[in-house]
Ligand binder design. Sequence first.
Ligand SMILES: [Zn+2]
Length: 67
Amino acid sequence: MFEVFCRDLGLAECDFAASAPSLRKLEYKMLEHARDEHPQLIAGITEEQHEALMTQIAEAAHETAVH
Ligand SMILES: [Zn+2]
């Protein structure tokens, strides 16, 4: 599993952590959370900024042990 914290994306006051079996799904989950909880983070971002956010999520992701 992969895991990423909202904090890793610069939102210090948010405790949300997303986990998913693949980076692709992790990015999707994180985006979904951002859309619901931090709409200002992704409102009106360009394709380029979207790519940068995906990269940031992938870089911040930790691989966790599979149980
Ligand atoms: Zn959050």
